[in-house]
Design a protein around this ligand. Structure first.
Ligand code: SF4
Length: 153
């Protein structure tokens, strides 16, 4: 078994080459048939996720809009097009750009050349959220104080 994981990079000044570059290496099929170049891509707004029930894997990989949208360099934002490091990270993680800036077509804000880098700096400097409690052998359950209350029952 191979365990794949992504190390958080919020303390770096350059982003990762996420998934080895969009649609170069990874293809992920969810149990309900959605096919993704990255597990986080299913959350992008206005981008149709192809389904294995409707298309062949070959069509999805080669021709689907989702797999082609961020493939290669043509889509890169201005700061990345002019950057000598663009072949090392292709603008970083599309999902992190979406989650932190609202647009997956932005450069990854981990990069200190990104116009949105301040978002990451603010996150680094923010005080810890008291609602989040790490599980441990001494405290094996999560904090239930912030869970919604079911008052129907
Ligand atoms: S500007 Fe773009 S290509 Fe250059 S290091 Fe930052 S994210 Fe990578």
């Amino acid at each position: 078994m191979k365990v794949l994981f992504v190390v958080p990079d919020l303390y770096e000044t350059r982003p990762r080459l996420c998934t080895n570059g969009w649609a170069t290496t990874l293809i992920s099929v969810t149990p309900d048939g959605r096919v993704l170049p990255c597990q986080g891509a299913q959350e992008f707004p206005a981008m149709a996720v192809p389904r294995i029930q409707q298309h062949s894997l070959q069509w999805i990989w080669q021709d689907s809009p989702l797999f082609n949208h961020f493939r290669g360099e043509d889509w890169l934002p201005e700061e990345c097009r002019a950057c000598p490091e663009r072949h090392q990270d292709y603008g970083g993680c599309r999902c992190q750009a979406f989650q932190l800036t609202g647009d997956p077509a932005n450069s990854d804000p981990v990069c200190d050349r990104s116009p949105n880098h301040q978002v990451v700096v603010r996150l680094r400097n923010a005080p810890p959220n008291p609602e989040l409690i790490m599980r441990s052998p001494q405290q094996p359950v999560r904090n239930t104080n912030s869970l919604p209350v079911d008052d129907a029952g």
